[in-house]
Design a protein around this ligand. Sequence first.
Ligand code: NAI
Ligand code: MG
Length: 359
Amino acid sequence: MKLNIACIPGDGIGPEIVAQAKKILDRIADVYGHEIKYTDLLMGGAAIDVHGVPLTEETIEMAKAADCVLMGSIGGNTATSPWYKLAPNLRPEAGLLALRKALNLFANLRPAVLYDELADACPLKKEISQAGFDMVIVRELTGGLYFGERYTTQEGGVRKAVDTLTYNENEIHRIAKKGFEIAMKRRKKVTSVDKANVLDSSRLWRKVVEEVAADYPEVILEHMLVDNCAMQLVKNPAQFDVILTENMFGDILSDEASMVTGSIGMLSSASLNDSKFGLYEPSHGSAPDIAGKDIANPVATILSAAMMLRFSFDLDREADAVEKAVKDILKKGYRTPDIMSEGCRLVGCKEMGDLLADE
Ligand code: NAI
Ligand code: MG
Protein backbone atom coordinates (compact mmCIF):
# COMPACT_ATOMS: atom_id res chain seq x y z
CA MET A 1 0.00 0.00 0.00
CA LYS A 2 1.15 3.59 -0.66
CA LEU A 3 0.92 5.91 2.34
CA ASN A 4 1.09 9.62 1.62
CA ILE A 5 1.72 11.28 4.99
CA ALA A 6 2.02 15.01 5.70
CA CYS A 7 4.38 15.50 8.62
CA ILE A 8 4.36 18.49 10.96
CA PRO A 9 7.22 18.13 13.47
CA GLY A 10 6.38 21.53 15.02
CA ASP A 11 8.12 23.07 18.01
CA GLY A 12 9.94 22.05 21.20
CA ILE A 13 10.21 18.27 21.50
CA GLY A 14 8.09 17.90 18.30
CA PRO A 15 10.98 17.15 15.88
CA GLU A 16 12.54 14.61 18.32
CA ILE A 17 9.36 12.61 18.88
CA VAL A 18 8.20 12.72 15.25
CA ALA A 19 11.59 11.35 14.17
CA GLN A 20 10.97 8.29 16.39
CA ALA A 21 7.44 7.79 15.02
CA LYS A 22 8.82 7.89 11.47
CA LYS A 23 11.42 5.30 12.47
CA ILE A 24 8.65 2.93 13.59
CA LEU A 25 6.51 3.61 10.50
CA ASP A 26 9.50 2.97 8.22
CA ARG A 27 10.14 -0.36 9.94
CA ILE A 28 6.47 -1.31 9.62
CA ALA A 29 6.61 -0.41 5.91
CA ASP A 30 9.70 -2.61 5.44
CA VAL A 31 8.25 -5.60 7.26
CA TYR A 32 4.73 -5.48 5.79
CA GLY A 33 5.65 -4.24 2.30
CA HIS A 34 4.27 -0.71 2.21
CA GLU A 35 5.65 2.45 0.67
CA ILE A 36 5.60 5.71 2.62
CA LYS A 37 5.99 9.21 1.20
CA TYR A 38 6.44 11.95 3.81
CA THR A 39 5.84 15.61 3.05
CA ASP A 40 7.35 17.74 5.82
CA LEU A 41 5.37 20.89 6.60
CA LEU A 42 6.01 23.87 8.86
CA MET A 43 3.46 25.02 11.42
CA GLY A 44 3.45 26.98 14.67
CA GLY A 45 6.65 28.64 15.83
CA ALA A 46 8.64 26.85 13.16
CA ALA A 47 6.43 28.47 10.49
CA ILE A 48 6.60 31.91 12.13
CA ASP A 49 10.41 31.63 11.91
CA VAL A 50 10.26 31.19 8.15
CA HIS A 51 7.00 32.75 6.96
CA GLY A 52 6.05 35.15 9.76
CA VAL A 53 2.71 33.34 10.30
CA PRO A 54 1.91 30.06 12.10
CA LEU A 55 0.07 28.52 9.14
CA THR A 56 0.09 29.31 5.42
CA GLU A 57 -2.54 28.55 2.77
CA GLU A 58 0.06 26.44 1.01
CA THR A 59 0.52 24.27 4.11
CA ILE A 60 -3.26 23.75 4.34
CA GLU A 61 -3.39 22.73 0.67
CA MET A 62 -0.46 20.34 1.04
CA ALA A 63 -2.02 18.79 4.15
CA LYS A 64 -5.29 18.31 2.25
CA ALA A 65 -3.43 16.64 -0.61
CA ALA A 66 -1.99 13.98 1.76
CA ASP A 67 -3.84 10.92 3.13
CA CYS A 68 -3.43 12.19 6.69
CA VAL A 69 -1.29 14.37 8.95
CA LEU A 70 1.19 13.22 11.60
CA MET A 71 2.02 16.00 14.03
CA GLY A 72 4.48 16.51 16.87
CA SER A 73 3.49 19.49 18.96
CA ILE A 74 2.98 23.20 18.53
CA GLY A 75 4.05 25.92 20.94
CA GLY A 76 7.38 27.60 21.45
CA ASN A 77 9.08 28.84 24.54
CA THR A 78 7.66 32.32 24.14
CA ALA A 79 9.89 33.88 26.81
CA THR A 80 13.17 33.06 25.11
CA SER A 81 12.42 32.36 21.46
CA PRO A 82 13.74 34.91 18.94
CA TRP A 83 10.70 34.53 16.67
CA TYR A 84 8.33 35.48 19.46
CA LYS A 85 10.32 38.67 20.04
CA LEU A 86 9.91 39.47 16.35
CA ALA A 87 6.15 38.84 16.38
CA PRO A 88 4.78 39.18 19.91
CA ASN A 89 1.10 39.06 18.85
CA LEU A 90 1.32 35.79 16.94
CA ARG A 91 0.37 32.63 18.79
CA PRO A 92 1.93 29.47 17.32
CA GLU A 93 -1.07 27.40 18.57
CA ALA A 94 -3.41 29.48 16.34
CA GLY A 95 -2.01 27.45 13.42
CA LEU A 96 -3.34 24.21 14.87
CA LEU A 97 -6.85 25.55 15.52
CA ALA A 98 -7.01 26.96 11.98
CA LEU A 99 -5.79 23.69 10.47
CA ARG A 100 -8.36 21.60 12.41
CA LYS A 101 -11.08 23.93 11.13
CA ALA A 102 -9.82 23.94 7.53
CA LEU A 103 -9.78 20.13 7.50
CA ASN A 104 -13.23 19.85 9.15
CA LEU A 105 -11.91 17.53 11.86
CA PHE A 106 -15.10 17.10 13.90
CA ALA A 107 -14.22 13.94 15.83
CA ASN A 108 -11.53 13.96 18.49
CA LEU A 109 -10.36 10.59 19.84
CA ARG A 110 -8.37 10.45 23.03
CA PRO A 111 -7.53 7.02 24.35
CA ALA A 112 -6.67 6.76 28.04
CA VAL A 113 -4.84 3.54 28.70
CA LEU A 114 -3.25 2.39 31.93
CA TYR A 115 -0.74 -0.37 31.29
CA ASP A 116 -0.26 -2.92 34.08
CA GLU A 117 3.46 -2.11 34.09
CA LEU A 118 2.79 1.56 34.81
CA ALA A 119 0.10 1.04 37.46
CA ASP A 120 2.50 2.30 40.14
CA ALA A 121 2.49 5.74 38.50
CA CYS A 122 -1.32 5.89 38.54
CA PRO A 123 -2.60 8.36 41.14
CA LEU A 124 -5.56 6.03 41.76
CA LYS A 125 -3.59 2.83 42.14
CA LYS A 126 -5.32 2.05 45.44
CA GLU A 127 -8.81 2.70 44.09
CA ILE A 128 -8.50 0.63 40.91
CA SER A 129 -9.43 -2.90 41.83
CA GLN A 130 -8.83 -4.44 38.40
CA ALA A 131 -5.34 -3.91 37.02
CA GLY A 132 -5.28 -1.33 34.25
CA PHE A 133 -7.96 0.18 32.03
CA ASP A 134 -8.32 0.97 28.35
CA MET A 135 -10.87 3.50 27.11
CA VAL A 136 -11.23 6.05 24.34
CA ILE A 137 -13.11 9.32 24.55
CA VAL A 138 -14.81 10.33 21.31
CA ARG A 139 -15.42 14.05 21.58
CA GLU A 140 -17.36 16.26 19.14
CA LEU A 141 -14.84 18.94 18.17
CA THR A 142 -16.47 21.56 15.92
CA GLY A 143 -19.86 22.34 17.49
CA GLY A 144 -21.55 23.13 20.80
CA LEU A 145 -20.68 25.81 23.31
CA TYR A 146 -17.21 26.60 21.93
CA PHE A 147 -18.61 27.48 18.51
CA GLY A 148 -21.92 29.14 19.49
CA GLU A 149 -22.73 32.84 19.36
CA ARG A 150 -21.25 34.72 22.31
CA TYR A 151 -21.30 38.29 23.51
CA THR A 152 -21.02 40.48 26.58
CA THR A 153 -23.51 43.26 27.20
CA GLN A 154 -25.00 45.47 29.90
CA GLU A 155 -28.56 45.35 31.15
CA GLY A 156 -29.61 48.15 33.49
CA GLY A 157 -26.00 48.78 34.47
CA VAL A 158 -25.35 45.09 35.16
CA ARG A 159 -22.76 43.32 33.04
CA LYS A 160 -24.00 40.17 31.39
CA ALA A 161 -22.27 37.54 29.24
CA VAL A 162 -23.99 35.04 26.93
CA ASP A 163 -22.69 31.81 25.37
CA THR A 164 -24.95 29.60 23.28
CA LEU A 165 -24.87 25.82 23.01
CA THR A 166 -26.31 24.57 19.74
CA TYR A 167 -26.30 21.15 18.10
CA ASN A 168 -28.30 20.01 15.10
CA GLU A 169 -29.14 16.37 14.45
CA ASN A 170 -26.64 16.04 11.60
CA GLU A 171 -23.75 17.10 13.82
CA ILE A 172 -24.82 14.60 16.48
CA HIS A 173 -25.45 11.85 13.96
CA ARG A 174 -21.98 11.95 12.39
CA ILE A 175 -20.09 11.92 15.70
CA ALA A 176 -22.34 9.16 17.09
CA LYS A 177 -21.69 7.08 13.98
CA LYS A 178 -17.94 7.57 14.51
CA GLY A 179 -18.29 6.47 18.14
CA PHE A 180 -20.17 3.27 17.25
CA GLU A 181 -17.76 2.42 14.44
CA ILE A 182 -14.84 2.73 16.85
CA ALA A 183 -16.69 0.60 19.43
CA MET A 184 -17.13 -2.11 16.77
CA LYS A 185 -13.32 -2.35 16.56
CA ARG A 186 -13.02 -2.54 20.38
CA ARG A 187 -15.04 -4.11 23.22
CA LYS A 188 -18.39 -2.99 21.70
CA LYS A 189 -19.64 -0.75 24.47
CA VAL A 190 -20.62 2.93 24.12
CA THR A 191 -21.29 5.21 27.09
CA SER A 192 -22.99 8.34 25.76
CA VAL A 193 -22.46 11.23 28.18
CA ASP A 194 -24.87 14.17 28.37
CA LYS A 195 -26.90 16.33 30.76
CA ALA A 196 -30.32 15.27 29.47
CA ASN A 197 -32.00 15.96 32.81
CA VAL A 198 -31.45 19.70 32.18
CA LEU A 199 -30.37 20.59 28.64
CA ASP A 200 -32.46 20.45 25.44
CA SER A 201 -29.31 19.93 23.37
CA SER A 202 -28.60 16.86 25.50
CA ARG A 203 -32.13 15.49 25.03
CA LEU A 204 -31.71 15.73 21.24
CA TRP A 205 -28.23 14.20 21.63
CA ARG A 206 -29.69 11.21 23.46
CA LYS A 207 -32.47 10.69 20.86
CA VAL A 208 -30.11 10.83 17.90
CA VAL A 209 -27.55 8.55 19.59
CA GLU A 210 -30.34 5.99 20.12
CA GLU A 211 -31.33 6.23 16.45
CA VAL A 212 -27.73 5.62 15.37
CA ALA A 213 -27.42 2.75 17.89
CA ALA A 214 -30.17 0.89 16.02
CA ASP A 215 -27.68 0.37 13.17
CA TYR A 216 -25.18 -1.28 15.54
CA PRO A 217 -27.11 -4.04 17.36
CA GLU A 218 -23.90 -5.68 18.57
CA VAL A 219 -22.87 -2.59 20.54
CA ILE A 220 -24.16 -2.10 24.07
CA LEU A 221 -25.28 1.51 24.60
CA GLU A 222 -25.63 3.16 27.98
CA HIS A 223 -26.36 6.78 28.85
CA MET A 224 -24.63 8.58 31.70
CA LEU A 225 -25.04 12.09 33.06
CA VAL A 226 -21.84 14.09 32.84
CA ASP A 227 -21.50 14.76 36.57
CA ASN A 228 -21.84 11.06 37.31
CA CYS A 229 -19.29 10.30 34.56
CA ALA A 230 -16.75 12.63 36.19
CA MET A 231 -17.18 10.59 39.36
CA GLN A 232 -17.14 7.17 37.68
CA LEU A 233 -13.86 8.00 35.87
CA VAL A 234 -12.19 8.23 39.24
CA LYS A 235 -14.16 5.48 40.96
CA ASN A 236 -14.03 2.74 38.35
CA PRO A 237 -12.38 3.73 35.03
CA ALA A 238 -12.19 0.08 33.93
CA GLN A 239 -15.96 0.09 33.25
CA PHE A 240 -15.52 2.29 30.14
CA ASP A 241 -14.77 1.26 26.55
CA VAL A 242 -15.94 4.18 24.33
CA ILE A 243 -17.17 7.42 25.93
CA LEU A 244 -19.14 9.42 23.35
CA THR A 245 -19.79 13.05 24.19
CA GLU A 246 -20.17 16.66 23.04
CA ASN A 247 -17.46 19.29 22.82
CA MET A 248 -17.21 20.87 26.27
CA PHE A 249 -18.00 17.72 28.27
CA GLY A 250 -15.38 15.88 26.19
CA ASP A 251 -12.79 18.60 26.73
CA ILE A 252 -13.10 18.30 30.50
CA LEU A 253 -13.56 14.54 30.75
CA SER A 254 -10.64 13.75 28.43
CA ASP A 255 -8.24 15.78 30.58
CA GLU A 256 -9.60 14.02 33.65
CA ALA A 257 -9.24 10.59 32.06
CA SER A 258 -5.70 11.27 30.90
CA MET A 259 -4.54 12.32 34.35
CA VAL A 260 -5.98 9.16 35.84
CA THR A 261 -3.24 7.31 33.94
CA GLY A 262 -0.56 9.55 35.45
CA SER A 263 1.68 9.73 32.36
CA ILE A 264 1.07 12.35 29.67
CA GLY A 265 3.99 11.08 27.59
CA MET A 266 2.01 7.90 26.82
CA LEU A 267 -1.25 9.43 25.55
CA SER A 268 -2.09 9.62 21.87
CA SER A 269 -4.89 11.43 20.04
CA ALA A 270 -6.56 11.64 16.65
CA SER A 271 -8.86 14.19 15.05
CA LEU A 272 -10.94 12.80 12.20
CA ASN A 273 -13.40 14.00 9.57
CA ASP A 274 -16.09 12.23 7.52
CA SER A 275 -13.62 10.47 5.26
CA LYS A 276 -10.50 8.50 6.18
CA PHE A 277 -8.56 11.71 6.70
CA GLY A 278 -7.15 12.38 10.16
CA LEU A 279 -4.67 14.44 12.11
CA TYR A 280 -2.69 12.37 14.59
CA GLU A 281 -0.74 13.92 17.46
CA PRO A 282 0.25 13.25 21.07
CA SER A 283 -2.08 14.67 23.75
CA HIS A 284 0.73 16.68 25.27
CA GLY A 285 2.29 19.97 24.15
CA SER A 286 5.75 20.97 22.98
CA ALA A 287 7.37 20.59 26.44
CA PRO A 288 9.92 23.42 25.98
CA ASP A 289 11.40 22.56 29.40
CA ILE A 290 12.86 19.30 28.07
CA ALA A 291 13.30 20.11 24.36
CA GLY A 292 16.61 19.15 22.74
CA LYS A 293 17.71 16.95 25.65
CA ASP A 294 16.77 13.56 24.18
CA ILE A 295 14.65 12.73 27.25
CA ALA A 296 11.08 13.18 25.88
CA ASN A 297 8.87 10.10 25.80
CA PRO A 298 8.09 9.36 22.12
CA VAL A 299 5.40 6.75 22.91
CA ALA A 300 2.40 9.13 22.71
CA THR A 301 3.43 10.08 19.17
CA ILE A 302 4.19 6.48 18.21
CA LEU A 303 0.77 5.34 19.48
CA SER A 304 -0.80 8.22 17.51
CA ALA A 305 0.94 6.81 14.41
CA ALA A 306 -0.60 3.42 15.26
CA MET A 307 -4.05 5.06 15.31
CA MET A 308 -3.20 6.55 11.92
CA LEU A 309 -2.47 3.09 10.51
CA ARG A 310 -5.79 1.85 11.92
CA PHE A 311 -8.15 4.70 11.01
CA SER A 312 -6.70 6.30 7.88
CA PHE A 313 -5.38 3.14 6.20
CA ASP A 314 -7.36 0.25 7.76
CA LEU A 315 -4.01 -1.42 8.57
CA ASP A 316 -5.21 -3.12 11.79
CA ARG A 317 -2.49 -5.78 11.81
CA GLU A 318 0.25 -3.14 11.54
CA ALA A 319 -1.38 -0.97 14.24
CA ASP A 320 -1.63 -4.01 16.52
CA ALA A 321 2.08 -4.69 15.97
CA VAL A 322 3.02 -1.17 17.09
CA GLU A 323 0.76 -1.32 20.14
CA LYS A 324 2.11 -4.73 21.10
CA ALA A 325 5.70 -3.49 20.78
CA VAL A 326 4.92 -0.71 23.27
CA LYS A 327 3.49 -3.22 25.77
CA ASP A 328 6.42 -5.60 25.32
CA ILE A 329 9.07 -2.90 25.73
CA LEU A 330 7.38 -1.77 28.96
CA LYS A 331 7.32 -5.39 30.12
CA LYS A 332 11.05 -5.63 29.45
CA GLY A 333 11.53 -2.69 31.83
CA TYR A 334 12.67 0.12 29.51
CA ARG A 335 11.52 3.58 30.66
CA THR A 336 11.98 7.20 29.63
CA PRO A 337 12.41 9.55 32.66
CA ASP A 338 8.70 10.55 32.84
CA ILE A 339 7.64 6.95 33.56
CA MET A 340 10.78 5.74 35.32
CA SER A 341 10.44 3.58 38.41
CA GLU A 342 12.75 1.50 40.58
CA GLY A 343 14.47 -1.48 38.98
CA CYS A 344 13.75 -0.31 35.41
CA ARG A 345 16.26 0.70 32.72
CA LEU A 346 16.39 4.40 31.88
CA VAL A 347 16.54 5.23 28.15
CA GLY A 348 16.37 8.43 26.11
CA CYS A 349 13.95 9.44 23.37
CA LYS A 350 16.07 8.12 20.50
CA GLU A 351 16.95 4.85 22.22
CA MET A 352 13.27 4.24 23.03
CA GLY A 353 12.52 4.73 19.31
CA ASP A 354 15.26 2.25 18.33
CA LEU A 355 14.06 -0.33 20.87
CA LEU A 356 10.44 -0.05 19.70
CA ALA A 357 11.42 -0.29 16.02
CA ASP A 358 13.38 -3.49 16.72
CA GLU A 359 10.62 -4.94 18.88
P1 NAI B 1 3.17 20.24 27.84
O1 NAI B 1 2.28 19.10 27.59
O2 NAI B 1 4.04 20.68 26.74
O3 NAI B 1 4.09 19.92 29.11
C1 NAI B 1 3.57 19.65 30.40
C2 NAI B 1 4.60 18.85 31.22
O4 NAI B 1 4.64 17.52 30.71
C3 NAI B 1 6.01 19.40 31.10
O5 NAI B 1 6.68 19.23 32.35
C4 NAI B 1 6.67 18.52 30.06
O6 NAI B 1 8.05 18.39 30.20
C5 NAI B 1 5.96 17.19 30.28
N1 NAI B 1 5.84 16.44 29.02
C6 NAI B 1 5.02 16.71 27.97
N2 NAI B 1 5.22 15.81 26.99
C7 NAI B 1 6.15 14.95 27.41
C8 NAI B 1 6.78 13.80 26.84
N3 NAI B 1 6.49 13.36 25.62
N4 NAI B 1 7.73 13.17 27.58
C9 NAI B 1 8.05 13.59 28.80
N5 NAI B 1 7.49 14.66 29.40
C10 NAI B 1 6.56 15.33 28.72
O7 NAI B 1 2.24 21.44 28.32
P2 NAI B 1 2.61 22.96 28.63
O8 NAI B 1 3.94 23.05 29.28
O9 NAI B 1 1.43 23.51 29.32
O10 NAI B 1 2.67 23.66 27.21
C11 NAI B 1 3.87 23.86 26.45
C12 NAI B 1 3.50 24.40 25.09
O11 NAI B 1 2.77 23.42 24.34
C13 NAI B 1 2.59 25.64 25.15
O12 NAI B 1 3.02 26.54 24.16
C14 NAI B 1 1.21 25.07 24.83
O13 NAI B 1 0.36 26.02 24.26
C15 NAI B 1 1.57 23.99 23.84
N6 NAI B 1 0.56 22.91 23.72
C16 NAI B 1 0.35 22.41 22.46
C17 NAI B 1 -0.51 21.37 22.26
C18 NAI B 1 -0.64 20.82 20.88
O14 NAI B 1 0.24 20.97 20.05
N7 NAI B 1 -1.72 20.13 20.56
C19 NAI B 1 -1.29 20.79 23.37
C20 NAI B 1 -0.95 21.34 24.67
C21 NAI B 1 -0.07 22.39 24.82
MG1 MG C 1 -8.67 20.97 26.96
